[in-house]
Design a protein around this ligand. Structure first.
Ligand SMILES: C[S@@+](CC[C@H](N)C(=O)[O-])C[C@H]1O[C@@H](n2cnc3c(N)ncnc32)[C@H](O)[C@@H]1O
Length: 431
């Protein structure tokens, strides 16, 4: 007998929550479902990740004893069913009976009584998650406690707003390809397709849709008029000072969003490098759709030894992604406090190595989608202290963005227009 949708969803969530798979990879590979079921499964899995603090707190509060670690599939079935019961409009009696049935299909018959009892209790409880007014901080703010501690410490005035924004549905934002013959008609084409949208008042390539849409519904997407890219990510190509014909390295390039934007703005001799071959393939696909070209290099940036130095380098470094949690809520399931230090070390090595590949007088743009100073301003502070040839330049003032500047760069906080991001523009002092 093939598995029920509920059993498939519980298994998929389990692979993300307990076996370290990303929600993105699972979406690509696992769901051999019809589009409606797929949308429901995705909604449940992303929703569970978004509300994981509440869901696990509630379970912990109502279970007589914790579920054994080796029985994590039962925990996953409970979490996904609880989410559907409390946050979706699926009829509760259907959720409960199907969850009991799914336990049997997953060879967890022993848990069916427990699942039935817990879900019934949740169904009867009107004041979700509990009548207790004093919830733990992680439940109140829907973020893991380690991250809340770091945010409170780093941003005593802003952390609550950051937490609130990190739990919103992210906007779907487009970038208009200024090289496309229809670029001047981009908003008209969207209006004709009855896609309501807003153009950003300052960043002219940026259009936010009022409702998310599949890219197949966006006019001229296949011909490369639009790409999906958050406003904060679009700023790299605006703030890295370039001239046509320059030799540029995009050092951590996949899937190529910023590579493509740089090439839409300037004709460059651009090398796009990434360590991950399957992600690097996406660079090629994106460039092809947009009718752009770059030299692709699959290697560890730390080992990269080009024949000549570069005029400019974009280092969009691997990071905690704490500025994009609302887009990738599975970060709440995967990321741990102890992951931050190794990331900081890797960023530091990348920054130091990239500097050696830059011409005197050249620019390096360091970027992350993190909101943690250890990966951002403190990283640059350390770099400037150790690198006498480096100076940090100020970035242009832009109204309508939410950010905090200091002498080491610009920290953007997530808001209704953009994700959390960090930029620092460094120049190698000429000899
Ligand atoms: C933040 S993502 C880049 C996003 C990309 N710049 C864009 O705008 O589409 C970071 C990338 O760094 C790559 N990466 C991680 N460690 C690397 C290394 N040592 N050398 C090269 N690339 C690396 C990852 O594979 C990942 O694709």
């Amino acid at each position: 007998m093939s598995q029920s949708l509920r059993a498939v969803i519980a298994t998929a969530f389990d692979q993300i929550a307990f076996e370290g798979q990303s929600a993105q990879s699972l979406r690509d590979r696992l769901f051999d479902l019809d589009p409606q079921q797929k949308a429901y499964a995705q909604q449940t899995i992303y929703g569970c990740a978004r509300h994981i603090e509440t869901l696990t707190w509630w379970l912990g509060h109502h279970l007589e004893k914790p579920i054994k670690r080796k029985e994590h599939l039962v925990q996953s079935l409970l979490i996904t069913s609880l989410y559907q019961l409390k946050y979706l409009s699926t009829p509760n009696h259907a959720v409960i009976s199907e969850a009991v049935e799914a336990a049997k299909q997953l060879h967890k018959d022993w848990a069916s009584g427990l699942i039935n009892a817990l879900l019934r209790k949740a169904d009867q409880q009107a004041d979700w998650p509990s009548s207790e007014s004093k919830m733990p901080l992680n439940v109140q703010h829907q973020l893991p406690i380690w991250l809340l501690k770091r945010l409170k410490n780093a941003w005593p005035k802003d952390w609550q707003q950051i937490a609130e924004q990190s739990n919103q549905q992210p906007p779907l934002t487009l970038r208009v390809n200024q090289r496309h013959p229809l670029a001047a008609n981009s908003t008209k084409l969207l209006s004709q397709a009855e896609i309501s949208h807003q153009s950003h008042p300052v960043i002219d390539s940026c259009i936010k849709l009022d409702q998310p849409r599949p890219v197949s519904a966006i006019p001229e997407f296949d011909t490369g008029l639009f790409s999906v890219q958050d406003l904060a990510a679009q700023l790299a190509a605006f703030w890295l000072p370039l001239k046509p014909g320059q030799r540029v390295l995009d050092a951590c390039a996949a899937p190529g969003g910023k590579t493509a934007h740089l090439l839409e703005r300037y004709s460059l001799d651009l090398t796009a490098l990434d360590i991950d071959a399957s992600r690097a393939e996406k660079i090629q696909q994106n460039l092809q759709r947009l009718n752009l070209s770059a030299s692709l290099e699959v290697s560890n940036a730390l080992d990269f030894q080009p024949n000549q130095p570069f005029d400019a380098i974009l280092l969009d470094a691997p990071c905690s992604a704490t500025g994009v949690i609302r887009r990738q809520p599975d970060i709440k399931l995967h990321r741990r406090d102890e992951d931050i230090y190794p990331l900081v070390l890797l960023q530091r090595q990348l920054l130091d190595h990239m500097w050696r590949l830059l011409k005197p007088g050249g620019y390096l743009m360091y970027a992350t989608c993190s909101i943690l100073p250890d990966e951002n301003a403190k990283q640059i502070k350390r770099f400037l202290r150790d690198t006498p040839t480096a100076e940090c330049l100020s970035l242009p003032v832009v109204n309508d963005l939410l950010y905090h500047d200091n002498e080491f760069g610009r920290q953007l906080f997530p808001n209704s227009w953009h994700d959390g991001f960090f930029y620092s523009l460094l120049r190698k002092v000429p000899d």
